[in-house]
Design a binder for this molecule. Structure first.
Ligand SMILES: Cc1ncc(COP(=O)(O)O)c(C=O)c1O
Length: 399
């Protein structure tokens, strides 16, 4: 049986009619850039997230870049983020000329560890004329927590630390649109707990475009206005440029497609959670708990609906690589998010980190394995995946 990591063909078949109609409308209007479809989709995301402002942009990467540029982060600044994330998080910090500072992860959730964050700020930074500085003298300006795999970071702890150290919080919610967190005991959506949140609509995301697209949500009017201007080369009005921005615009066609899909997002995320529940039942039935570690669900008990949106379903095992080979032989798609901590990426060698600096991220890089998950994944396919994993451990397949 062939089980791909992701298969969106059924989702497309169900929505092909309305999506084509929307595309036709845009083509007929000949209005391709920042038109009514973008405005409508921005309003829909603002309302869905419960955020006063939403700004459509060209990708999740450009969302981060536009925010960092609009906030004036640059040379001499340090920005703290998780060592275990997609490259764009660290890459965009470096692209504006700031210094990325990586922080180790919590081994249970793979999200940034608030304890490690606090340790870094208290043990490695110092106050100088009121400004918090790294050992190398950069001014510590912001924290970028990343809600990895669709599970929110410990935002109460992170926000408390940020407040105490007077740092901005920019949530990289690329993988977590719709995920909820029990902020101060009340449900809050990913992206709305810091000053700004960024999203990606890369096609494989829970809400995916037919190409690249992204979104920024923002609390303050003034910052939202600056990000909007930044999206068009810092231009306001036309051909008058106040600061350097970029072309970070969202296309009408992408916004139109995403607008058709958004009303289905919660049901898709619920279906992904059912797949995760079913995996757990299967793994328990097959006595696999202990041989593999299942994804943590720390907010399930809080009664939140979207306590996890399972953008990815990631298990852990010390025998990850041979298990992956075994599953490949069984025609089961898997992926490793991610094979290296950011501190070990070649392009960040100039930062001076070494192997051993972030033991939990390094261990995660050796142990994590993403299994197939999507709303339409059939019960037979789930069982086949689980039984193939059991097979591997039963046979004690050669390491
Ligand atoms: C955590 C994280 N940040 C940023 C991005 C960048 O988004 P995009 O691919 O839309 O540029 C991604 C995309 O996968 C991501 O997972």
């Amino acid at each position: 049986m062939r089980v791909p990591l992701l298969d969106l063909s059924q989702q497309y078949a169900a929505l092909a009619g309305p999506m084509r109609k929307e595309i036709e409308e845009v083509l007929a209007s000949q209005n391709f850039i920042l038109g009514p479809k973008v405005a409508e989709f921005e309003a829909a995301i603002a309302s869905y997230c419960g955020s006063p402002h939403a700004i459509g942009v060209s990708s999740g990467t450009d969302a981060l870049l536009a925010v960092f540029m609009a906030m004036g982060l640059g040379p001499g600044d340090a920005v703290l983020t998780s060592d275990y994330s997609f490259f764009a998080t660290g890459g965009c910090i470096a692209r504006v000329g700031a210094t990325p500072v990586f922080i180790d992860i919590d081994p249970v959730t793979c999200n940034i560890s608030p304890a490690a964050l606090e340790r870094y700020l208290t043990e490695s930074c110092r106050r100088e004329n009121g400004a918090l500085r790294t050992a190398k003298g950069e001014r510590v300006r912001a924290i970028v927590p990343v809600h990895l795999y669709g599970l929110c970071c410990e935002m109460d702890a992170i926000n408390e630390i940020a407040q105490r150290f007077e740092l901005e919080v920019i949530e990289d919610a690329a993988q977590a649109l719709g995920a909820e967190y029990p902020a101060a005991g009340v449900s809050a959506k990913a992206g709305t707990m810091g000053a700004v949140g960024t999203f990606s609509f890369y096609p494989s995301k829970n809400l995916g475009a037919a190409g690249d697209a992204g979104m920024i949500v923002c609390r303050e009017e003034a910052l939202a206005a600056r990000i909007r201007t930044c999206r068009q080369h810092g231009m306001e009005p036309r051909y008058y440029h106040h600061f350097i921005g970029g072309n970070f615009r969202l296309d009408e066609i992408q916004a139109a497609i995403l607008g058709v899909k958004l009303p289905h997002l919660d049901e898709w995320s619920a279906a992904r959670r059912r797949v995760a529940d079913n995996y757990r039942t299967e793994f328990e039935r097959l006595s696999l708990i202990g041989k593999i570690t299942l994804p943590a669900e720390p907010f399930r008990a809080n009664g939140l609906t979207n306590h996890h949106i399972y953008h990815q379903y990631v298990i852990r095992t010390e025998r990850r690589d041979p298990l992956r080979e075994h599953l490949t032989r069984k025609e089961i798609g898997t992926a490793i998010y991610y094979p290296l901590g950011l501190h070990e990426q070649e392009c960040f060698r100039y930062l001076g980190y070494k192997t051993g600096d972030f033991p939990e991220a390094e261990r995660a890089a050796r142990e994590t394995l993403a299994l197939p998950i999507y709303p339409e994944l059939s019960p037979e396919a789930r069982r086949y995946v689980a039984e193939s994993i059991a097979d591997f451990f039963d046979q004690g397949t050669a390491i």
